[in-house]
Structures are given as structure tokens and as C-alpha cells.
Design a protein around this ligand. Structure first.
Ligand code: GLT
Ligand code: MN
Ligand code: MN
Length: 388
């Protein structure tokens, strides 16, 4: 690889809402004009993207007539096929409309919960029509500011009932969706239910059909909470639940920034790319981020190009890391192997337990050993800074 230009084989995707973000924030009006979905498809294809994901209302405004819906969908489909793009993932906007101000599937109002189901089924129909096979649930409004509302346990049960219902709907329609649950700790709610990847991994086995459900982790969401995103993704991979991924960046402890991938935490971004590439993750890599509010349209495409380019540069760095003899020697020295002790320590038998209990251990020697992590980390930094 020489010029870090993406191709569809890299499987980079963007949400319609990402490059389509018009720069509104809680304090200011939009700074950019909206762009049509077919135009976005044309531009992303020219940059080498693989596909586009969407919420129902990114394409079809809420309350649109059936005729308007059909026109928008057919124009978008024509653009997708004309530019060789796919729609791997679809999702529902269950957060913008005031009806969802106190939750969708976890609203205390049964009428809102029923509307959320109705809206999601219609959105699943739309996603299927566009070819999506992954369906994301990000519960932006599923949370509370007032825990005196007393619904902490009910909310979990309502959410579970809804997901069970929708999984059966997908099957009854023959859609074959796999569902990816996206955690976030807060914003727009004071506290969002299921704040971390671990919350989702704990919840999934309580569903009727757990095999259909996985996780859609987002870099910024763990980072907001001061967590290490690469660690979260490793645990999701270990559980066999990495169904989709949202890449972006974020300063810890700030508002939800959705920065360009690699803009801020370059070392964690590197470790993440290395983890994804070495794990054999073959799904799409979605950039769920947006250009800074300061930018015009040219800045939007610079943002999109930058996300993909940085991923590919880090992928190349990961390859260099694996081939760097000094780094590999440091790694080898770090891992102390002892086949006799490893055999004793794995696969319990009463004899092994007895033998281990009888071993004398040189604690002082273990405590005195320097594992060489300073040197390993410096080599990594020098690789990332381009001097290796
Ligand atoms: C919204 C949110 C994202 C979610 C999207 C899917 S919408 O932009 O900030 O993290 O992934 O609903
Ligand atoms: Mn996201
Ligand atoms: Mn986000």
C-alpha cells in the first residue's frame, strides 16, 4: 500500500447522518446546507467508500406521504446501484421526535412504546428494501434524569420485550437481520440505560434469541466515560458479538464530539485498528462522526477522506509493528513462557492442584523483574511518529 486511497474492499461506510450533518449544535443554527441522499452517494463512492447506512428519517422525513417515500427510496436506490454502493446497516430514529422525549421502548407511556415498535417495523421494511442485513439499536432517549420515576427495572423488561418482538418480526418477514445494540453512557439523556459494552453483553443472554443479537460499540461513547475503547472491543470480540462498529474520536469527559477518526487519541486508535485487523473482523467499518461545525462542504469531504485515510495508515502501521524485529523481540521478552507451569495451571485435576500448592515460589525474583514495557511503548510511539 502506498497512497492510502480506500477501495470498497476496505468496507468503509458512513451514515447518511454523518456527512449529512448540517452543523447544528445546542447553541447554534446549522452552518451547512442539507445534501440529498443521491448526492451523498455520488460523493462517497468517488472517495472509495463501500456503503451508506441510514435511519429511516435520514432518507424519508417523518410523516412523508407514501408517494414521497417511494420517490425518495427509488432515487436513492438508483444512486446506490449507479455508484456501486451498498446499504449494510439500517436503524430507526427513535430520538428526534418529541414523542420520544422520555424514551421509546422504555417510555413509561404504553402508547409511545407501541409507536416505537410500529416505527421500527416500518424502518426494518425500508432497510430490507435497501439490502441491509444488520439492524442497529442506539437508544439515545432510553434513559432518565429522574430516577424517582421508578422505572429502572421496568425499563429493562420493556426493552427486552421490544427486542424479542422485533426479532420475531424480522424472522416472520424473512428479513434475516442481525441486531447490533449500541451502548452510550449519557447524552442526550442524563443517564442512558445500558451505558457500556459490558451492559449489552450482560443483557443479550436474557433475550429469547440471543444469537441474533450483538454489539455496535462506538469509540466516542466509551471515551466519553473515560474507558479504553480497545479493551471494550476486545471483550466484545471474545464474546463473539462484534456485529458492527462505529469509528470516530472524542476527548475524554467532554460533550459528544463525534470527531474524525484518529483526530484525538491516536495511540488507542492504533491499538484498535491492530486489534480489528488481527482479529479477522470482516464486517463494515462505519465512521459515525461528522465534520466540525466550522466547516463548509469541502471540509465535509476532507473529513470523510481523513477518516478512511487515517484507518489505512494505522493498518499499515499495524503491519509494520508485527514485522518490526525489535518490537517483536520486546514482546517476546515480555511474555515469559514455562510449559511445565502452564500445563499445571490449565485444566483442573486434583493432582495438578496439589502439585501447584506444593510449589515453592521465588516471589522476590518475580517482583524484581522488569518487563520492558517502557521500551516497548517508546518503540510503538516512534513507529507511530514515523521515525521507524
Ligand atoms: C446518532 C448517535 C450515534 C448512533 C446513530 C445510530 S445516531 O448519531 O450519536 O452514535 O450510532 O442511531
Ligand atoms: Mn454511533
Ligand atoms: Mn456518537
Amino acid at each position: 500500500m502506498t497512497d492510502y486511497t480506500p477501495t470498497p474492499a476496505d468496507k468503509f461506510t458512513f451514515g447518511l447522518w454523518t456527512v449529512g450533518n448540517v452543523g447544528r449544535d445546542p447553541f447554534g443554527e446549522p452552518t451547512r446546507q442539507p445534501m440529498s441522499a443521491p448526492y451523498i452517494a455520488q460523493k462517497l463512492a468517488a472517495l472509495g467508500a463501500y456503503g451508506i447506512n441510514l435511519h429511516d428519517n435520514d432518507l424519508v422525513p417523518i410523516g412523508a406521504s407514501a408517494a414521497e417515500r417511494d420517490r425518495l427510496v427509488s432515487d436513492f436506490r438508483a444512486a446506490l446501484s449507479g455508484h456501486g454502493l451498498v446499504v449494510p446497516m439500517a436503524t430507526t430514529n427513535l430520538f428526534s421526535d418529541p414523542a420520544f422525549k422520555d424514551g421509546a421502548f422504555t417510555s413509561a407511556d404504553a402508547r409511545v412504546r407501541a409507536y416505537a415498535l410500529q416505527k421500527t417495523m416500518l424502518s426494518m421494511d425500508l432497510g430490507h428494501e435497501l439490502g441491509a442485513t444488520t439492524y442497529v439499536f442506539w437508544g439515545g432517549r432510553e434513559g432518565t434524569e429522574v430516577d424517582a420515576s421508578g422505572k429502572l427495572l421496568d425499563a429493562l423488561a420493556w426493552f427486552r420485550d421490544s427486542l424479542n418482538f422485533l426479532a420475531e418480526y424480522s424472522q416472520s418477514q424473512g428479513y434475516g437481520y442481525r441486531f447490533a445494540l449500541e451502548p452510550k453512557p449519557n447524552e442526550p439523556r442524563g443517564d442512558i440505560f445500558f451505558p457500556t459494552a459490558g451492559s449489552m453483553l450482560g443483557f443479550i443472554p436474557t433475550l429469547d434469541q440471543p444469537d441474533l443479537f450483538g454489539v455496535n460499540p462506538e469509540f466516542a461513547h466509551d471515551t466519553m466515560a473515560g474507558l479504553n475503547f480497545a479493551h471494550a472491543v476486545a471483550q466484545i470480540i471474545d464474546a463473539g458479538k462484534l456485529f458492527h462498529i462505529d469509528l470516530n474520536d472524542q476527548k475524554m469527559g467532554r460533550f459528544d464530539q463525534d470527531l474524525r477518526f484518529g483526530a484525538e487519541n491516536i495511540k488507542t486508535a492504533f491499538m484498535l485498528v491492530k486489534l480489528l485487523e488481527n482479529s479477522g473482523y470482516a464486517g463494515p467499518k462505519q465512521f459515525d462522526a461528522h465534520a466540525l461545525r466550522t466547516e463548509d462542504e469541502a471540509g465535509v469531504w476532507a473529513f470523510a477522506r481523513g477518516c478512511m485515510r487515517t484507518y489505512l495508515i494505522l493498518k499499515e502501521k499495524a503491519r509494520q509493528f508485527d514485522e518490526d524485529s525489535e518490537i517483536q523481540a520486546a514482546l517476546q521478552a515480555y511474555r515469559v513462557q514455562d510449559s511445565e507451569l502452564e500445563t499445571l495451571s490449565r485444566g483442573f485435576t486434583p493432582e495438578k492442584a496439589q502439585a501447584l500448592k506444593a510449589r515453592s515460589v521465588d516471589r522476590a525474583m518475580l517482583g524484581a523483574r522488569g518487563p520492558g514495557l517502557e521500551q516497548l511503548d517508546q518503540l510503538t510511539i516512534e513507529l507511530l511518529l514515523g521515525v521507524r
